[in-house]
Design a protein around this ligand. Structure first.
Ligand SMILES: [Zn+2]
Length: 375
């Protein structure tokens, strides 16, 4: 068993297509180019970190890269996979003995140490760090993919760091992470970093239909602009519960006068469907703050006279902007302040601040900004 951890399904929601080529890696032509350029110049690294937002296809890209590095018919300089040799077929079937994959187990928030150095009773004789140090079974090298690498805890990070410090011969390690900053600096400095750009709105819209996230083309067009180029966000935004939450929050944000305390209380109540689990509550809270960012960004775009396709048509935003009356510099300043405060709340939430406290101070500040005479 060379693939450890969670399911073999695509964690970023983009299915793995058998027999694909670089052409099927949509939206990352620049990243493909960079990687191929380095390999053609003979600069294949021992370790890579593929970093960027979740849900844009980094893992799928990593798997295809691995397939190229294992393909029997192409050299590293060519960086191609034939899709037909036994090695390619094994990669596609998730059975290649020299492709080692660790993924976040479904019930875990962190990549546990056992995936790297084995269980207590077999420490150092199992796990990714052990497997990658062994001779390849059939290919010219061993390749490891560490998915969700940003969730490595300190123990796991240190175990992997030891391997990265003295990379075994004939090995390539690919870390897939949501951001470079989420990795230990000592790990980062040992990896060649490839930054992945979000998908274009147009591509998100197409993929939503193509990948079966929705069959409704109109719905895809409506949701795509708010996905930050991520199919994972698209999937979440298609969830009726999340959309109802957005609608309710927008009503509260558009209310006149704005009621700080009630809004905070109601939003804290809204976290209940997420269950008692802190992680999912934080995810839900993240949506609330993200929607505030969206609301004030749209309002700002509206008063700035941005074209309709950028602003969209959200009734609550329209009502909110109408009440602002004649737009002056001070109106724009106030809207900018609202947007900045919402972005700051996003940072506070991700920094593990208590959700209730974060909401109370956030909506209180929103109220204060709105009560300024000019707002
Ligand atoms: Zn091949």
């Amino acid at each position: 068993m060379t693939e450890h951890g969670g399911t073999l399904a695509q964690p970023d929601g983009i299915p793995y297509l058998a027999g694909m080529g670089w052409d099927s890696i949509l939206g990352h032509e620049r990243e493909v180019e960079k990687l191929r350029y380095g390999c053609a110049a003979g600069r294949l690294a021992h370790a890579y970190a593929f970093v960027g937002t979740a849900g844009i296809g980094k893992y799928r890209f990593a798997r295809y890269f691995a397939q190229c590095l294992l393909c029997e018919r192409h050299t590293d300089a060519e960086l191609q996979a034939c899709g037909e040799c036994p090695s390619c077929q094994q990669v596609q079937a998730h059975t290649h003995p020299d492709l080692l994959v660790v993924q976040l187990p479904e019930d875990k928030r962190e990549l546990p140490i056992r995936l790297f150095i084995g269980e207590d009773e077999s420490r150092g004789k199992e796990g990714l760090c052990y497997d990658i140090s062994r001779k390849p079974m059939s290919a010219r090298r061993r390749v490891a993919i560490i998915d969700s690498a940003e969730t490595m805890n300190e123990e796991s990070s240190n175990a992997l760091l030891k391997t990265l410090e003295e990379p075994p011969p004939n090995s390539v390690m690919i870390l897939v992470a949501s951001s470079a900053d989420a990795l230990l600096s000592t790990i980062r400095s040992r990896c060649q970093i490839l930054v992945f750009q979000p998908l274009s709105t147009e591509l998100v819209r197409e993929l939503m239909v193509q990948e079966g996230l929705t069959t409704n083309v109109g719905e895809a067009a409506q949701v795509a602009p708010f996905c930050d180029g991520s199919l994972q966000i698209a999937r979440q935004l298609l969830d009726p519960q999340i959309r109802a939450l957005r609608n309710e929050l927008f009503n509260l944000l558009a209310a006149h006068p704005f009621l700080s305390v009630q809004t905070a209380e109601r939003m804290i109540e809204c976290l209940e469907p997420a269950g008692a689990e802190k992680r999912s509550q934080r995810e839900y809270a993240g949506w609330i703050v993200r929607f505030c960012v969206e609301f004030y960004r749209r309002a700002l775009l509206t008063v700035a006279g941005a074209p309709a396709h950028q602003v969209g048509d959200v009734p609550q935003v329209r009502a909110f902007v109408q009440r602002l009356g004649i737009v002056t510099y001070t109106t724009i300043d106030a809207l900018t302040e609202l947007l900045e405060r919402s972005l700051a709340a996003e940072i506070h939430l991700s920094a593990n601040t208590g959700i209730a406290l974060c909401f109370e101070t956030f909506f209180d500040d929103i109220g204060k900004i709105l009560r300024q005479p000019t707002a």
